[in-house]
Design a protein around this ligand. Structure first.
Ligand SMILES: *[C@@H]1O[C@H](CO)[C@@H](O)[C@H](O)[C@H]1NC(C)=O
Ligand SMILES: *[C@@H]1O[C@H](CO)[C@@H](O)[C@H](O)[C@H]1NC(C)=O
Ligand SMILES: *[C@@H]1O[C@H](CO)[C@@H](O)[C@H](O)[C@H]1NC(C)=O
Ligand SMILES: *[C@@H]1O[C@H](CO)[C@@H](O)[C@H](O)[C@H]1NC(C)=O
Length: 424
């Protein structure tokens, strides 16, 4: 059991806010997501959102298809991370938006089976969407993120290319145009220096939150793709620091928390904490964590955002700062994106002449929550290496060894010896 600081809404202030009745539900809202919760009528993977966009405008439709796929991908990736042995007993926190932007940018350069796996893995239906549709959708998302953002939110991508490597101009053009990528030339033979260059860029873009995305670089790296995201929000109604106090946080998920209402209809308490913007944080407190983790899907999000009504509660949430770090190679492989990592990788959309493969997909994230608001940042890095040097083990005969010369069919030994000093 660990001890955390807890926050509590100032009740008087809350009451006043309610009395002021601005017509907005400014504050805490705990809603009942009742029994009907997993009933098909409520939960079926209906197309509420797609429906709104099912107009003659095909591009609006593909944007909403990509958006839905990204939402589904978020929960699939979550489940995969949660299932991973090393996630047991660990916090999980990542940015689905950053991972999918990085992988979608990579898929621009993928072809054949590698592309099919990336497309499927990201949840894009190739009979409904082309790579160009996906690129245009990401362009919209990234522009929108950049438009609504002042200094408090930013999202983007970048590509670092080795001086001697010449990717196809169309690839770089699409990255710049659709993924709003910044482009840089680096010398990847200087592994430490180029890692520093990438890390400094990410550190600057995440306001210091992610300071070491790249720990080490494979020496055969020719290109490094990154995506970053940063969000800093102030609560629409801040917590009163005077009410912050030490309290127990029950790490054991079976422990019942008594200060949230429980009626038979509560499968989980869902709290929406709106920021002073169009963003909100949702906190979900389930009866059984595994049930929530297995069932959560984009429709829940829609329903929660739609159905929430303000109700008066004292709310306690922990004040905390966490950092996470993932190598996503295994997780993505388990999600069917296998070929990009090995000999079968087809990244001919990046280069025809050189055989390329993905060496690593890394992801780091941070989340800080306090009385005034929350700050979250994440970055994803994708290392792209020359396949011929891809993880080829090194074997150096730099100490005494035996030698033998033989004819293969007869196994006649022509020569046999031992080399102790090759210079005499
Ligand atoms: C892709 O879309 C087609 C046409 O709507 C549909 O028949 C098919 O089931 C979809 N595939 C997947 C995997 O959802
Ligand atoms: C971003 O803002 C510009 C002008 O301010 C506008 O023309 C454009 O449509 C906006 N893009 C999105 C995706 O909202
Ligand atoms: C976001 O907008 C700012 C100012 O409009 C611009 O300088 C910056 O390059 C944009 N970033 C991206 C990723 O497009
Ligand atoms: C929320 O934003 C508005 C204007 O953008 C500002 O007047 C108000 O003080 C902000 N509230 C908080 C709690 O930061």
């Amino acid at each position: 059991m660990s001890v955390l600081l807890c926050l509590r809404f100032n009740q008087e202030k809350f009451t006043m806010t309610m009395r002021a009745a601005v017509g907005l539900w400014v504050l805490s809202a705990v809603i009942c997501v009742g029994r009907g919760h997993h009933h098909p009528d409520h939960l079926g993977h209906g197309n509420d959102k797609a429906g709104q966009d099912t107009v003659a405008d095909g591009s609006a439709n593909s944007v909403s298809l990509v958006n839905e796929a990204n939402q589904e991908f978020s929960f699939r990736l979550y489940r995969q991370l949660a299932a991973h042995a090393d996630s047991q007993g660990k916090n999980i926190f990542f940015s689905p938006a950053s991972v999918s932007a990085a992988l979608a940018a990579l898929s621009v350069g993928a072809q054949g089976e590698t592309h099919r796996q990336l497309f499927n893995g990201l949840g894009f239906n190739s009979s409904l969407l082309t790579q160009t549709d996906v690129d245009q959708a990401f362009q919209r998302f990234l522009q929108r993120a950049n438009n609504t953002s002042q200094e408090d939110a930013s999202e983007g991508t970048a590509v670092f290319v080795d001086n001697r490597f010449k990717p196809k101009p169309e690839f770089l053009q699409t990255l710049k145009q659709s993924y709003l990528a910044d482009g840089f030339n680096v010398d990847f033979t200087k592994a430490t220096e180029s890692a520093d260059t990438i890390n400094k860029y990410v550190e600057e873009k995440t306001n210091g939150k992610i300071d070491k995305l790249v720990e080490s670089l494979d020496e055969s790296t020719v290109m490094y793709l990154i995506s970053y995201i940063y969000y800093k929000g102030k609560w629409a109604t801040p917590f009163d620091p005077k009410l912050t106090k030490q309290d127990d946080f029950n790490v054991d998920e079976n422990t019942k928390l008594t200060h949230l209402p429980r009626t038979t209809c509560y499968r989980q308490a869902v709290l929406q904490l709106p920021f002073n913007s169009s963003y909100s944080m949702l906190l979900m407190l389930p009866d059984v964590m595994a049930t929530l983790e297995n069932r959560i899907c984009p429709n829940h999000l829609t329903k929660w955002l739609k159905w929430m009504k303000p109700k008066r509660h004292d709310v306690y949430i922990p004040k905390f700062s966490i950092k996470t770090s993932y190598n996503l190679n295994d997780v993505l492989t388990e999600m069917g994106m296998t070929d990009m990592f090995g000999d079968r990788a087809n990244l001919r959309g990046i280069s025809e002449e050189q055989r390329l493969a993905v060496s690593d997909v890394v992801h780091k994230a941070t989340l800080d929550v306090d009385e005034t608001g929350a700050t979250a940042a994440a970055a994803t890095g994708i290392g792209i290496t020359l396949m011929s040097f891809h993880r080829v083990p090194v074997l150096k005969f730099n100490r005494p060894f035996m030698v033998l010369i033989t004819e293969r069919n007869t196994e006649k030994i022509l020569f046999l010896g031992k080399i102790i000093n090759p210079t005499i």
